[in-house]
Write a protein that binds this ligand. Structure first.
Ligand SMILES: [Zn+2]
Length: 269
C-alpha cells in the first residue's frame, strides 16, 4: 500500500488539474443583470422614484473638471434587493445578510411561455419540477432566477406594471407574474440561497397579502427584483454575484447583480 501511495497521489493530482479561479475569472464573460438608475426607472407605485441632483458638472475656477451629484430614492425600485426583514420581523436587514448568501450558482427557470399566456401567472411547484426533469436537481445553496420574459417590457410602465398610475390607487391595477406561495415553500424546502425574478415583485401583481415574500423571508432567504437581461443567462452553469448597497438596518436597496459565465458556458442570446 505504501508503495502505491505515489501512484495514488499522481492520479489525484491529474484529476484535480483544473484552471485556477483567477484563470477562470480572467477568461469568463460577464453579463450585467442590472437596469440603470435614472428618472425612467420603475419603482413601486407608492414609492419615491430615483432622483439625481447635479451638484457640479463643469470646469472649476482652478481649471480642473469636477462632477458630483446627490441622489435619493426608495429602497424598492429598479433592480433591487429585498432583505428578509422587508416582510419578516427580526430577520436579516440589508447589512446583516452574509455576503456568501448573495453569490452562488445560478439556476434559471424559464416560464416566459406561461407568463405570455397569462399576465397574472404564478410560478408553481410543477414549473420547478418540470425544469428539474429537463436540467437536473436544483441543489441546496442554489440561486434560483425566474425568467418570465417581463424584461422585454422594461421600462414601459403600462406593460411592465399593468398601470401608469402612481400612488395607492395604482396598487389594485398591478398586473405581472410572480411566484406562487406553494413554489416559495418548495424553494424553502430546497434550502436555496436566494431567489430572483424579472418582474417588480416575487409575489404577482394582484397579491394583497404577499405570501411568497412572507414565506421566503421567514426562512431568511433574500430576493432580487427587476432583474435585467435574464434571457442571456443559460439554465445552468452561470455564477451570480448580487451585491446591494450596504444600508444599515435596510429592508432592501439598490442592487448591482451580474452573472459570470465561465469559458465554455455561452450566453443564450
Ligand atoms: Zn422589493
Amino acid at each position: 500500500m505504501i508503495r502505491m501511495l505515489p501512484l495514488l497521489l499522481a492520479t489525484t493530482l491529474v484529476a484535480c488539474a483544473r484552471p485556477s479561479l483567477t484563470d477562470q475569472l480572467a477568461h469568463a464573460s460577464w453579463i450585467d443583470l442590472t437596469y440603470g438608475f435614472d428618472s425612467t426607472t420603475i419603482y413601486w407605485p407608492t414609492a419615491k422614484p430615483f432622483r439625481l441632483e447635479v451638484v457640479s458638472a463643469q470646469r472649476t475656477a482652478a481649471g480642473y473638471y469636477y462632477a458630483a451629484n446627490n441622489f435619493a430614492a426608495a429602497e424598492h425600485g429598479g433592480t433591487h434587493l429585498d432583505s428578509p426583514v422587508h416582510f419578516a420581523e427580526g430577520k436579516h436587514t440589508t447589512d446583516q445578510i452574509p455576503v456568501a448568501q448573495l453569490v452562488g450558482s445560478a439556476y434559471v427557470i424559464d416560464v416566459s411561455r406561461q407568463a405570455e399566456a397569462e399576465r397574472d401567472y404564478r410560478i408553481a411547484p410543477g414549473d420547478l419540477e418540470g425544469w428539474e426533469q429537463a436540467h437536473g436537481r436544483i441543489p441546496e445553496g442554489a440561486i434560483v432566477l425566474f425568467r418570465t420574459g417581463w424584461g422585454s417590457r422594461w421600462p414601459d410602465r403600462a406593460r411592465y406594471l399593468g398601470t401608469t398610475k402612481t400612488g395607492v390607487a395604482a396598487v389594485p391595477e398591478l398586473h405581472f407574474p410572480g411566484i406562487h406561495p406553494d413554489a416559495a415553500r418548495w424553494l424553502v424546502g430546497r434550502k436555496v440561497r436566494a431567489v430572483g425574478i424579472d418582474t417588480p415583485s416575487i409575489d404577482y401583481g394582484q397579491s394583497t397579502t404577499f405570501d411568497t415574500h412572507q414565506t421566503l423571508f421567514a426562512a431568511d432567504i433574500p430576493a432580487f427584483e427587476n432583474v435585467a437581461h435574464l434571457s442571456a443567462v443559460p439554465p445552468t452553469g452561470a455564477f451570480v454575484i448580487a451585491l446591494p448597497m450596504k444600508i444599515r438596518g435596510g429592508s432592501g436597496g439598490p442592487l448591482r447583480i451580474v452573472a459570470v459565465l465561465p469559458e465554455g458556458v455561452g450566453p443564450t442570446m
